[in-house]
Design a protein around this ligand. Structure first.
Ligand SMILES: Nc1ncnc2c1ncn2[C@@H]1O[C@H](COP(=O)(O)OP(=O)(O)OP(=O)(O)O)[C@@H](O)[C@H]1O
Ligand SMILES: [Mg+2]
Length: 282
């Protein structure tokens, strides 16, 4: 199964956000898309999921042109490629379990969805997804009361409920601290490795892309200017993607890094937590 973008272009007025992008992505790859702000990363992901339409070019999955699907076939495609956003997009006043079950919406009749009736099977499936992400204890809490890292894990659980073939994540860790960023990236890697779900994720930090993605696509001004393995991403390639600063110096890779050490306070808190568990005889 191959996913293909052929000369995909998107214009907004006279601005070309995505400029003739051609990519082949085999099923099961974990791909990181990097580039400066405005490079066209979000627009590209949104066109894959059909939240935005290409101005020209076409998108194909397993031989089907998804860029021309309509009606139920389009909804099926949107179920097949689950989206994850920087701001989680949960319903804050609904409990976590219901938020996760909303991932089933495209699988069921509108009437059942509107009535909020979920089957026992759906509940079991949702709890299993939460367990998998280590947050089953939050199932009955209102989603809005969770930490950012927990909310993003709920969003991943909701995506899993769709049984997707592909997960599209638009800067999934941009609002998280380094510890939660790691938990969320590990979760994406896990679903990629264990279920063979293709993951395409926009990342604004190079080191995350290097650490997690087997393939990195670098965009600049709407075009793909790099496509290769992390080991092939040389200083010159980085300069191609991020450009040079006004003094003509290349960008320093640490400028796009999140790999600050976990703050000492958080580490101390963690070991204190373990100690209290030990004291409680657990
Ligand atoms: N709905 C829109 N209307 C007009 N212009 C748009 C729209 N969406 C995106 N653009 C423009 O298209 C270009 C690419 O935007 P896009 O959001 O895809 O970039 P990005 O790489 O995701 O940036 P960031 O890292 O800041 O999220 C930008 O110049 C942006 O202003
Ligand atoms: Mg963006």
């Amino acid at each position: 199964m191959m996913f293909e973008l052929k000369n995909v272009t998107r214009r907004f007025g006279n601005k070309t956000a995505v400029d003739s992008v051609t990519l082949d992505i085999p099923q099961g790859q974990m791909v990181g898309i990097i580039g400066r702000s405005g490079a066209g990363k979000s627009t590209l992901l949104r066109m894959i999921n059909r939240l935005q339409e290409p101005t020209s070019g076409s998108i194909h999955f397993a031989g089907v042109e998804v860029s021309s699907l309509r009606g139920q076939a389009l909804r099926n495609w949107q179920r097949d490629c689950a989206m994850i956003f920087q701001q989680f997009n949960l319903v804050p006043r609904l409990d976590v379990l219901t938020n996760v079950m909303l991932g089933r919406l495209n699988h069921r009749s509108t009437a059942m969805s509107l009535l909020g009736i979920f089957t026992r099977q759906e509940r079991i499936h949702a709890i299993a997804a939460l367990e998998r992400l280590g947050i089953e204890q939050t199932a009955l809490q209102m989603a809005g009361t969770l930490s950012g890292g927990q909310q993003q894990r709920v969003a991943i659980a909701r995506a899993l409920m769709q049984n997707p073939k592909m997960v599209l994540a638009d800067e999934p860790i941009a609002s998280l601290d380094p510890l939660n960023a790691k938990i969320v990236m590990d979760a994406l890697r896990d679903i990629n490795e264990r279920e063979g779900i293709t993951v395409v994720t926009n990342l604004h930090t190079l080191d995350t892309a290097r650490n997690y993605c087997e393939r990195i696509v670098g965009m600049a001004a709407g075009r793909v200017v790099f496509d290769g393995k992390p080991s092939e991403l040389t200083a010159d390639a980085v300069k191609q993607i991020y450009g040079t600063d006004k003094d003509g110096a290349g960008i320093d890779e640490t400028m796009t890094s999140t790999s600050i050490n976990i703050p000492a306070a958080a580490a101390a808190q963690q070991s204190a937590g373990l100690q209290s568990l030990a004291l409680a005889g657990l």
